[in-house]
Design a protein around this ligand. Structure first.
Ligand code: ADP
Ligand code: MG
Length: 356
């Protein structure tokens, strides 16, 4: 049982702040993902939580106890890194047994625990193999078994699936998720892969330049991003910029060319400056030209198996992406269409503080 609390956590290298004043509470048993582009400070933040890097400022508590100056080995944390290679000259058994051996556990206890951990990652029959005799996915499951074998309450993972191909990655993702839930492990995963973050996490924290952009559930961050960075980083963002106007009791967004777009009600829309309206591809409906809606031209219709992705050109040449659960493309390249969505399917991106 362990939650993790960060207060003002900061890391500077020379004059450069790479992790900037982060407050975060990871709840007991929660799966939280730190998501951000390369260089945003994800790995640094994870090593701060692990105790492998010293903080420049702030403090960290686990299960209500401050651990800021507690060495990593005393934090009861399991670690899995993409590059955290297994010992190639040792068997799977000895690799997984390693954290127990250095803790000096009796042989019988080691055998029992290693057997249990290998069973949990479905590698029961592989104890005598060498890492080189395993697939990439199996190797990463050995690394996972090694991370949980001593019964940590916290699991920290840095891009653990980054080296795996897509299909394997999805398999290990499901396994990781089941294991995490069944053991009740408080987990923090680092990734730059937004799909992975959206599918695995209870909540995610989006990081850019060492600063928190948003902490939210995957659905909330995807549909209701806190700013343009999060909107763009999580999936495909259609963003329309215009001024809010009220028309027949309905709020609409007026584009530069005068077209009016459906738009959710604003608490204080009147007199507002230009706003950014986000509409995710799945929310856009396509109708034949002439129907009410935003005029656009299909530039590409891509069949994806479960759906069709339309790439369109809208007003002023704006690229728009719509994805509909059609079994086959209803519109072809060059065809004129009308785009619509329910007012509540749009999201006004909160303007950056100090911009108005
Ligand atoms: P991410 O994992 O998101 O790709 P990192 O945490 O690895 O990002 O790095 C964040 C920034 O901190 C980068 O600009 C990187 O160059 C810098 N950085 C990381 N470790 C060190 C270090 N030991 N010394 C100096 N700069 C570092
Ligand atoms: Mg990294």
């Amino acid at each position: 049982m362990s939650d993790i609390e960060l207060r003002g956590v900061t890391k500077r290298y020379g004059g450069v702040t790479v992790v900037d004043d982060i407050d975060l509470h990871v709840q007991d048993g929660e799966f939280l993902t730190i998501l951000g582009p390369s260089g945003s400070g994800k790995t640094t933040l994870l090593t701060l939580i692990a105790g492998l890097t010293e903080l420049s400022d702030g403090r960290i508590s686990m299960a209500g106890q401050e651990v800021t100056r507690v060495p990593p080995a005393k934090r009861n944390i399991g670690l899995v890194f993409q590059s955290y290679a297994l010992f190639p000259h040792m068997s799977v058994f000895d690799n997984v047994a390693f954290p127990l051996s250095i803790r000096g556990l009796p042989r019988s206890e080691i055998e029992r625990r290693v057997g249990e951990a290998l069973g949990m990652v479905r590698l029961g029959g592989f104890a005598e193999r060498r890492p080189s005799q395993l697939s990439g996915g199996q190797q990463q499951r050995v690394a996972l078994a090694r991370a949980i074998v001593f019964g940590p309450s916290i699991l920290l993972l840095d891009e653990p699936l980054g080296a795996l191909d897509r299909k394997l990655r999805e398999e290990v993702q499901i396994e990781l998720r089941q294991l995490q839930k069944s053991l009740g492990l408080t987990s923090v995963l680092v990734t730059h892969d937004q799909e992975e973050a959206l599918s695995l996490s209870d909540r995610l924290m989006v990081l850019d330049h060492g600063r928190v952009q948003q902490v939210a559930t995957p659905t909330d961050a995807y549909l209701h991003p806190a700013n343009r960075f999060v909107a763009d980083f999580l999936g495909v963002a259609n963003i329309f910029t215009g001024r809010p106007v009220e028309e027949g009791g309905q709020m609409r967004l007026r584009l530069g060319d005068g077209q009016l777009l459906p738009c959710p009600a604003l608490p204080d829309g009147r007199g507002a400056p230009e706003l950014d309206l986000l509409v995710r591809p799945e929310r856009i409906r396509l109708e034949p030209a002439g129907a009410p809606g935003l005029a656009a031209t299909v530039t590409d219709a891509i069949y994806l198996g479960q759906s069709v992705r339309y790439v369109l050109e809208g007003p002023g040449g704006q690229r728009i992406v719509a994805q509909s659960a059609d079994r086959m493309a209803r519109f072809g390249r060059g065809e004129r269409v009308a785009l619509g969505w329910a007012p509540a399917d749009g999201w006004i991106i909160p303007p950056a503080a100090g911009m108005h």
